[in-house]
Structures are given as structure tokens and as C-alpha cells.
Design a protein around this ligand. Structure first.
Ligand code: P1T
Length: 380
């Protein structure tokens, strides 16, 4: 019988050390490996290409996503960059209009210079996806739930449309994590992660990962991982592996706390609107129930009173920390328009709904009563 998620999170890729019996994967802090004879070695020749601590992490994340192959990177952005290195000048990419500001910035400010063409569209509409596909379209890029507006995209339907046209679908699964959503099983070709977030879970590492089933895609991406060199160090791999061991119980608590906070905010007179996929008021709550097994730990809401009210509120929280990032055990709160999504031009932000009243909450695993108390006091 195939092991369950919680068991694989702890054991996949992690064998006790053959030399010593050490139960924890050693941190192989080495750049190179001694060879018996030129080209004759134990599978490791140089740590940009392979490192045993990294191999353990890659196998572990692949197992959680129920994919065949995993690749680890030095950041979420370097994982994204590796995928874009598969493309050539003239290729066209369709990207969801609501993605992490850094992803938009890489596509819009860096890759357009290399003659890659982008359309940022509302991928909640499959008709819009069909309308924008061209002969040169090579990639469809999406986040679900998206950052920061928590839009849901029908992964199965999107991947089916793309696959029929020979287009690769990439899902950034950072917000949902494989505990709540498995894009490869829904038909996506590549799953991408900022391991900085829930997978590591303790706000002390920057990292990224890719998982896929297709061997040809894996060969290309592994070649690019080594050729471009955005690899994580062994210590960071160790920390992410350690974090993942508790992913399942952390995600359960994140989601339980997030739902209570979303319900509290939804009933607060100073709050205009709350977005959380687990609320029946979320426009895609039915899709969320179909394609996810839980709704995650991020809640966004619109505070009444414009930028002034948002600023005052964010200066007053005490248990929540005002900071970029998400997915750690501690609760974070931020203002997307000024912080994580400042790289989007104001017109674009306004068009898609990232207003000055929007606040994003990464609900941690503290006692939820303390969290609600903190929000209550700051709103008052
Ligand atoms: O920060 P890095 O590990 O390079 O990952 C980039 C990234 C990719 N995808 C998503 C969905 C993300 O949220 C991020 C990073 N996001 C933040 C720092 C943030 O506060 O939203």
C-alpha cells in the first residue's frame, strides 16, 4: 500500500545515513567529491550538479506532489527562471493576471527584453484562455489560489485546453501546498513552489522547487538547473526537509485558524469584503471544494476608509507582524499595493482589484483567540 501524505512527508527521500546510522539526513557541506579515476565516482561530482542533501529534498517534494521528479532551487524566483529558460525568443506565454508581484516583474521587466511575449489575462475565464492562445504559445502560468486576491483557476480544464495545443501548464502551488492540492494529478505539467513559504514553514530559508512527471521536461530542467546554477545550499535543503516533516499538521492548523479569522472579519463593521476560498461567499467556493482538500492559511480583506485606515490598522497590530512573505508558523500581515505587489503598475493593480484598502493576512498557528483579539483591537 502506498504510504499516506503525513508518512511520506517525514520519510520520503530520507534514508538513515549508511555510514553512521544518523537518522537525520546529513548536511553534505561540500562543493566537490573525490573520484577514483577520471569520470568514475559515486554519482556525485560537483555540488552545483548534485548534492546528497539536495537529492533527499528533491525526492521528498516529488513524493508529496505525487510526481516522478523533483528539482530544488535557491529561491522561488530561480525555479521560475529555470522554467523560462526552456523558452526561445518569439515564444508567447499566457499568465494569470493575479500572480506574485515578483513573478510579474520577472516576466514584464526582464524577460520581455529577450523577446518573449506575455499576455496577463483573467484565467478564471476559459473562453479568455482559448481566445488568447496563438501558434507561438508555449506556456500557461497560473497560481491557484492566487497571490494576493485568492482567485481560483480550474486547473483540470486549463491543463486540458493547453495540452490539446501542445502547451505546457505550470501551476505555482505555493499557497495551497501539496497537502491541499495536487496539480499534477489534475493534469498540470509542472508544479512550482516557493519553499520559502509553507514547505519550510519557519521563515528562515529562501528556496524554490519544481516537480514534474515527464522525463523529457525533467531532463531539460535538470540541465538548466545545472547550466544556470540557481541551486540551494545543503544547509537550506536540510532546513526545508526538516520543515516539511510537520507540513501536514501545520497546514491543518493554518486552515482551521484562517477560516475562523475569515468568519470574524466577515462580520466586522469596518471590513468591506473578505476573500477566503473556504467561505461560501467566495465566488469560486464550489471549485475550491472540488479541486482542493482544504482552503489554506491566507485570508485577504478590504478595510473601509482607504489607505489611511489601512495604514493605521497595520501600525496597530501586535501579534501579527507587518512583513512581506507568508507561510511561516507566525502570523504575518501586509499591504500588497505598497509591499509585495508594488511592481505592478498602479493601473494594472486597480484593474484587477489590488486597491489601497486590500490587506493580506498569513494566518499562523498561534492560538486563534489571540489572533482574533489582536485584529479586534487594531480595528477598534
Ligand atoms: O521569494 P521566493 O522564494 O523567490 O518566491 C517567489 C514567490 C513565488 N510564488 C509565489 C506564489 C510567492 O508568493 C512568492 C514569494 N512571495 C512573497 C514574498 C510574498 O510575500 O508574497
Amino acid at each position: 500500500m502506498k504510504q499516506k501524505f503525513e508518512t511520506r512527508a517525514i520519510h520520503a527521500g530520507c534514508e538513515p545515513d549508511s555510514g553512521t546510522g544518523a537518522i537525520m539526513t546529513p548536511i553534505f557541506q561540500t562543493s566537490t567529491y573525490v573520484q577514483e579515476s577520471p569520470g568514475k565516482h559515486k554519482g556525485y561530482d560537483y555540488s552545483r550538479t548534485h548534492n546528497p542533501t539536495r537529492t533527499a529534498l528533491e525526492k521528498n517534494i516529488a513524493s508529496l506532489e505525487e510526481g516522478k521528479y523533483g528539482l530544488a532551487f535557491s529561491s522561488g524566483m530561480s525555479a521560475i527562471t529555470a522554467i523560462t529558460h526552456m523558452l526561445s525568443a518569439g515564444d508567447h506565454i499566457i499568465c494569470s493576471d493575479d500572480v506574485y508581484g515578483g513573478t510579474f516583474r520577472l516576466f514584464d521587466k526582464v524577460l520581455k527584453k529577450f523577446n518573449l511575449e506575455f499576455d496577463f489575462i483573467d484565467l478564471t475565464s476559459l473562453q479568455s484562455l482559448e481566445r488568447h492562445i496563438k501558434n507561438t504559445t508555449k506556456l500557461v502560468w497560473l497560481e491557484s489560489p492566487s497571490n494576493p486576491l485568492l482567485k481560483l483557476i480550474d486547473i483540470e480544464a486549463t491543463a486540458r485546453i493547453a495540452k490539446n495545443r501542445g502547451i505546457v501548464t505550470v501551476v505555482d502551488n505555493t499557497f495551497a501546498t501539496p497537502f491541499f492540492q495536487k496539480p499534477l494529478k489534475l493534469g498540470a505539467d509542472i508544479v512550482m513552489h516557493s519553499t520559502t513559504k509553507y514547505l519550510n514553514g519557519h521563515s528562515d530559508v529562501i528556496g524554490g522547487a519544481l516537480v514534474m512527471n515527464d522525463q523529457e521536461l525533467y531532463n531539460k530542467l535538470q540541465f538548466l538547473q545545472n547550466a544556470a546554477g540557481g541551486v540551494p545550499g545543503p544547509f537550506d535543503c536540510f532546513l526545508v526537509l526538516r520543515g516539511i516533516k510537520t507540513l501536514a499538521i501545520r497546514m491543518e492548523r493554518h486552515a482551521e485558524n484562517a477560516l475562523k479569522i475569515a468568519q470574524f472579519l466577515e462580520n466586522h463593521p469596518k471590513v468591506r469584503r473578505v476573500i477566503y476560498p473556504g467561505l461560501s461567499s467566495h465566488p469560486q467556493h464550489e471549485l475550491a471544494k472540488r479541486q482542493m482538500t482544504g482552503f489554506g492559511g491566507i485570508v485577504t480583506f478590504f478595510i473601509k476608509g482607504g489607505l489611511e485606515a489601512a495604514r493605521k490598522f497595520l501600525e496597530r497590530v501586535k501579534v501579527f507582524s507587518l512583513a512581506e512573505s507568508l507561510g511561516g508558523v507566525e502570523s504575518l500581515i501586509e499591504h500588497p499595493a505598497i509591499m509585495t505587489h508594488a511592481s505592478l503598475p498602479k493601473e494594472v493593480r486597480e484593474k484587477i482589484g489590488i486597491s489601497d484598502e486590500l490587506i493580506r493576512v498569513s494566518v499562523g498557528i498561534e492560538n486563534v483567540d489571540d489572533l482574533i483579539d489582536d485584529l479586534k483591537n487594531a480595528l477598534a
